[in-house]
Design a protein around this ligand. Structure first.
Ligand code: PMV
Length: 352
């Protein structure tokens, strides 16, 4: 419900919101606005974040000014403006303001870390804080994050999962009633083995992605494996949820790696076809599997839509995986970003 008379003259807030890495991926859309074709589950990261400051003033002329890392960024500005216009269908008050954004990431550009997830969730959280000024239903924390997740989704699908700590599930699944297409939910059932799971991201290649995720999702529209994939992913979420609750490392390894390779197989077999892994990605996967076979270390990998390898291991395995990662850093000379499961977004400042 909205009460336009209560609109604040000005408002300023700063949200810090993390990226996430999907364990079971969202790849392909269903009919509707940003509706996923299958459910997905992700781990929220801790250090890889976007920090967004949003200052607004009541103004009959809606406008957006977006600075990214100190410089005006037209591409982001257009995207943010389009997102606010889209959200104004639900909250027309949003168009009564002029917006000034200052945003920065804590991780390098094109690092294989989903910056759309962190930036769009940070934006959605800022806008939800503003909306809270006229919509008292958002005073409930549960409603606040559910609405922020919805709005984040409308900016970038995977961003819907970034507003929650640790693990989040987004997208309807025939096996569960409470998973929704419109917003993500937090998954709290985590075995201690998976608490604080580490994600060391090996930067194999930092060139701009050769397929945008919008183009990537549309490749699933006429994909020969479409139905097979969506069923498989929904089953994958059911299995992953159980694995994370039971602490079954071997099953985690098998499913996580199979899923990452399935995502890439889908890209390789779509029209047009894309090979996003680099020879080095494959070399490192083989070395990882050899190392695991030789040492029994609990370490496995996942991939996003790019060549960079996400090495996943329990925090209790840091010592056992150190040698493997050190070689990548020292001998291969590749940059590795050490991240881990995080506690979700943070409201840094709120000026009333
Ligand atoms: O949120 P989007 O539209 O950028 O899609 C993200 C797709 C993957 O990162 C490849 C998988 C996922 O679920 O995060």
């Amino acid at each position: 419900m909205s009460h336009s008379t209560n609109l604040p003259q000005s408002f300023h807030c700063i949200w810090s919101s993390p990226s996430n890495i999907a364990l079971i991926k969202y790849w392909g859309k269903a009919a509707g606005v940003q509706i996923p074709a299958n459910s997905s589950i992700s781990m929220t990261l801790k250090k890889s974040r976007t920090i967004t400051s949003m200052k607004v003033e009541l103004n009959p002329d809606f406008s957006v000014h977006y600075n990214f890392e100190g410089k005006r960024n037209n591409k982001f500005e257009q995207k943010v403006m389009a997102t606010i216009q889209r959200l104004a269908q639900f909250s027309p008050e949003l168009l009564k303001y002029s917006y000034q954004f200052e945003s920065k990431n804590t991780f390098p550009h094109s690092a294989g870390i989903a910056s759309s997830a962190s930036s769009m969730s940070a934006l959605a959280l800022c806008l939800t804080s503003l909306r809270q000024k006229w919509d008292a239903s958002l005073d409930s924390e549960m409603v606040f994050f559910k609405e922020a997740s919805k709005w984040a989704r409308l900016g970038s699908g995977s961003a819907a999962r970034s507003v929650y700590p640790k693990l989040a599930i987004w997208g309807a699944n025939p096996a569960y009633n409470h998973f929704q297409n419109e917003y993500a939910v937090v998954e709290k059932d985590i075995h201690p083995l998976f608490e604080g799971l580490c994600d060391s991201i090996v930067l194999v290649d930092t060139e701009e992605k050769s397929v945008s995720s919008t183009a990537g999702h549309s490749l699933m529209n006429n994909h020969p494996y479409r139905e097979l994939r969506f069923n498989n992913a929904n089953l994958g979420v059911v299995s992953m949820k159980k694995i994370l609750s039971l602490g079954d490392w071997d099953a985690f390894c098998e499913l996580t790696e199979k899923e990452a390779l399935e995502l890439h197989s889908l890209m390789m077999t779509s029209s047009p076809s894309f090979i996003l892994m680099k020879p080095k990605t494959l070399e490192l996967i083989q070395r990882l599997r050899d190392y695991r076979a030789q040492t029994g270390a609990k370490i496995c990998f996942t991939l996003d839509a790019g060549p960079n390898l996400h090495l996943l291991y329990p925090s209790s395995e840091k010592a056992k995986t150190k040698d493997f990662i050190n070689v990548i850093e020292m001998r291969d000379g590749l940059r590795v970003i050490h991240d881990e499961m995080g506690d979700g977004p943070r409201l840094e400042e709120l000026y009333e």
